[in-house]
Design a protein around this ligand. Structure first.
Ligand code: DHB
Length: 391
């Protein structure tokens, strides 16, 4: 097989790049070890920055996000049992869209089908060679059991947080910037009506809770838990008691309950690989970085990597210049670190540290008070949540 750009990973990141390249007349082949069905059924976050929505719509992927997603012009920060709305529209003139990542994947996969894209799911035995020379190749065994090799100009590692491509960068060349957190998230899907018009990020003495949504009849909620917690130890009644306790307050606010159809304990960490390039290989999305989930930056960041990479590859194929390719890592990392900071800030602002003292707890409440009582503070949060302008 021969193509211009070989892409490892057909999650939203890999498919978005393949789509953008096709729009610019550049060929690619995408390979993926999971089945299409498995990706469609893996529940991920649900908030798109306005720039991500614009990218999906303006590049011609689909208008479904506008037609079927929900525009949110703010969020609620809840602490001391009181809600404080952060009004994105008023503060920064922007909004975000509630539209699950699984739907973004379905739209991208359908757009690749529609436009004749070459995407191969359920492959195995993936290998990458020749990235430090002039002969990059990707080897894999197809779903049909046949061994293939792709001869390409560049390899894109968009193969997720357990990236095989990343490991091709020698340890001495690669900096692994890690941070662990002493907690995790317990996530549920519930068949219930929405409890509030917008998302609620709640800080309580019992720990963080996030009241998110999916549709009029399905809701997504999370609460901070110990990383060793087992979903099977949590009955429906216990889950609702915990969530209700974390949002309760003098205003009498209560969540609308319903059957819990999915429960999962989600890992929590920060990671950045530097640089995001090695020879003819470019890393993007979760393969290069992981953010803690608070603030839903992961997918948005992956799409930004692809926007930057697409511009650089287009420039290369238009006039042979490698200038933008050489600048890819630094340019992408600018937003990666801003998003790392934002996700860290949202996390530490709202979660309980297991060893927190009374001082720590009072200081955290003062941080929240300072933020919501200052237009400058609210604006800072709104800029980060809705997404900074492109660099
Ligand atoms: C969702 C997840 C997040 O981490 C977040 O900050 C907002 C929403 C979600 O899954 O809906």
């Amino acid at each position: 097989l021969k193509t211009q750009v070989g892409i490892v990973g057909a999650g939203p990141a890999g498919l978005m790049l393949s789509h953008l390249l096709a729009q610019s007349g550049i060929d690619s082949i995408v390979i993926e070890k999971r089945s299409r069905r498995e990706i469609e059924e893996t529940i991920r976050a649900g908030i798109l920055e306005h720039g991500s929505v614009k990218m999906l719509v303006e590049s011609g992927v689909s208008n479904r996000v506008i037609d079927e997603g929900y525009e949110h012009e703010g969020i609620e920060l809840r602490f001391n049992g009181e809600g404080h709305r952060i009004d994105f529209r008023d503060l920064v003139g922007e909004s975000v869209w509630l539209y699950p990542q699984t739907e973004v994947f379905k739209d991208l996969a359908a757009a690749r089908d529609r436009d004749g894209g070459d995407v191969r799911y359920s492959v195995s035995e993936t290998g990458v060679t020749g990235i430090t020379g002039d002969d990059p190749r990707i080897q894999f065994t197809g779903e049909d059991g046949v061994e293939y090799e792709i001869d390409c100009d560049f390899v894109i590692g968009a193969d997720g947080s357990r990236s095989m491509c990343r490991k091709l960068i020698p340890e001495g060349t690669r900096a692994d910037n890690f941070r662990e957190y002493p907690f995790a998230w317990f996530g549920i899907l519930a068949e219930a009506p929405m409890s509030a018009p917008e998302l609620i990020y709640a800080r309580s003495e019992r720990g963080f809770a996030l009241i998110s949504q999916r549709t009029e009849t399905v809701q997504r909620m999370y609460f901070q838990c110990d990383p060793t917690e087992k979903p099977e130890d949590w009955s429906e009644a216990r889950i609702w008691d915990e969530l209700q306790a974390r949002v309760a307050g003098p205003d009498g606010f209560e969540l609308k309950e319903g059957p819990v159809t999915d429960k999962i304990v989600l890992p929590f960490r920060s990671y950045v690989c530097e640089p995001m390039r090695y020879g003819k290989m470019f890393l993007a999305g979760d393969a290069a970085h992981t953010v803690p989930p608070t603030g839903a930056k992961g997918l948005n960041l992956a799409l930004n990597d692809m926007r930057v990479l697409h511009t650089a590859l287009t420039e290369f194929y238009a006039n042979g210049s490698e200038k933008l390719l050489d600048g890819y890592s630094e340019r992408a990392l600018g937003r990666v670190w801003k998003s790392q900071h934002f996700s860290y800030m949202m996390t530490t602002l709202l979660h309980n540290m297991p060893q927190a003292s009374a001082f720590d707890s009072r200081r955290q409440l003062a941080e929240l008070e300072t933020l919501v009582s200052s237009r400058a503070g609210q604006t800072y949060l709104a800029e980060g949540y809705t997404g900074w302008p492109n660099a």
